[in-house]
Design a protein. Structure first.
Length: 98
């Protein structure tokens, strides 16, 4: 389920919020991947993406926009992972005191 960042009852910490955003982005990426797979591997002409909050029906004609959205989500996930320090180490500069 996607989280509404404008919700007045959203009193979570910043890190929790961004972790949830990362989960939501990964979930949406999975849904888009399913739609792309369905539309490219079958004679199906349409597919419905259900995020839990909205439903969107896409057709084969929408494949270009699905690929664009997918690429944007991959970039967004990379940025969120980087900012949350997931899958890597932080760089720091050490200056000797002598």
């Amino acid at each position: 389920m996607l989280i509404d960042p404008n919700s007045p009852i959203n009193n979570e910490s910043s890190e929790t919020f961004w972790n949830d955003e990362l989960k939501n982005s990964r979930y949406l990426l999975g849904q888009i991947d399913k739609a792309i797979a369905e539309l490219t591997s079958n004679p199906t002409q349409s597919y419905t993406i259900d995020t839990g909050q909205t439903k969107q029906t896409v057709t084969k004609a929408d494949l270009v926009s699905l690929y664009q959205r997918r690429d944007a989500l991959i970039g967004q996930i990379a940025v969120l992972e980087s900012r949350l320090n997931i899958g890597g180490s932080r760089a720091c500069q050490i200056i000797p005191g002598y």
